[in-house]
Design a protein around this ligand. Structure first.
Ligand code: ADP
Ligand code: MG
Length: 323
């Protein structure tokens, strides 16, 4: 048995849970029973309850050779927060289940929880429970986040004539992942002032942000699989078409600089890259918003007008676990 596995083996499951509990004591007053009992209890909120769940599996969603445990903890909760924001909701209570392989040290789990707790605090989310098991090979994380919304914004309400908006620049995360992989293979060297750092950070530690006013929105989704893929979900669910303009898709200067350096098309990352965790929504075209208008909802068909003004059909290209 290695020294690493000894450490977690020495502390044991219950010792680990106890030490995690000590890190998660800061809970909101609506948590009646938190970590430490057979189930948690929370006061019901007057608005509707939202529930979302997201898994992260080593080798599928993250690579421990280029993410720290703190970054991983941050992203793990961030992707769940993004789903609650995508419904126009407020995130409140988080439950963490873990499968831990023998290679993981106690300090790794503590770092993971420091990442979770930092973003939890930022969004006033309470960690109220979970489950802890061993896993034979890979680290497995499963998070369930509860929240509430007065009026949940679904993928189903887009109407012909609505405008299509995104809340942030797209493609940074996918380029960041590309850079992390290249750096790992030693294909690229980085200086600290490199625009690549911001892109890598966007991949490792996304910062989802809610929309302040969702009352006029007709549909919404968070950008996890890529713009073309996620917009296709809205079209499918709302039974409508879409037309988007490449020239209106917001790109960061860092993405443009890096794409140029690598002789790649930045739009490739913005359209097909995933994990931006920005919001994509539809609403009447006259609403007041700081979001970027990238196109409009049509009766049917899914098209892009490229930078030269030519029109082409698009498919839902993006990340798919089974393709
Ligand atoms: P049970 O045997 O009933 O499943 P556990 O011993 O697994 O209970 O859990 C004890 C307490 O610790 C519960 O309140 C549970 O929610 C909490 N808990 C277990 N694992 C975690 C974890 N990874 N993160 C946060 N809380 C946890
Ligand atoms: Mg349990």
């Amino acid at each position: 048995m290695s020294v690493k596995s000894n450490k977690l083996a020495e502390l044991g499951e219950f010792g680990l849970i106890k030490s995690l509990h000590a890190k998660c004591k800061d809970v909101s007053p609506d948590v009646l029973i938190g970590i430490g009992d057979d189930a948690a209890a929370i006061k019901p909120h007057k608005n509707n309850t939202l529930i979302t769940s997201d898994m992260m599996i080593e080798g599928v969603h993250f690579d421990l050779s280029f993410t720290t445990f703190h970054q991983l903890g941050h992203k793990f909760l961030a992707v769940n927060i993004s789903d609650i924001f995508a419904m126009g909701g407020v995130p409140k209570h988080f439950i963490v289940s873990m499968g831990i392989p023998p290679t993981i040290k106690i300090n790794d789990i503590k770092e993971l929880y420091s990442g979770i707790m930092r973003i939890a605090k930022q969004h006033k989310i309470s960690l109220i429970g979970g489950d802890t098991c061993k896993s034979p090979n890979d680290l497995i994380l499963s998070g369930t986040l509860l929240g509430h919304a007065k009026h949940a914004v679904t993928r189903r309400g887009a109407r012909e004539g609505d405008a299509i908006y995104v809340t942030a620049e797209l493609g940074d995360s996918a380029m960041g992942l590309n850079l992390l992989q290249k750096r790992q293979r030693k294909v690229l060297k980085f200086s600290h002032s490199s625009p690549g750092l911001k892109l890598m950070k966007n991949h490792l530690m996304p910062e989802p942000a809610p929309l302040k006013n969702t009352s006029k929105l007709t549909s919404m989704i968070d950008l996890s699989d890529g713009l073309l893929s996620d917009l296709s979900h809205i079209c499918d669910e709302s039974n409508v078409g879409a037309l988007i303009y490449e020239k209106n898709i917001p790109l960061s200067k860092e993405l443009k600089v890096m794409a140029k350096k690598l002789d790649m098309d930045p739009l490739h990352f913005a359209l097909k890259g995933g994990e931006d965790y920005a919001l994509l929504f539809t609403a009447p075209s006259n609403i007041k918003t700081s979001a970027f208008k990238i196109g409009e909802i049509t009766g049917k068909g899914r098209y892009i007008i490229d930078v030269n003004g030519s029109k082409r059909a698009f498919n839902p290209e993006g990340y798919d676990h089974f393709k």
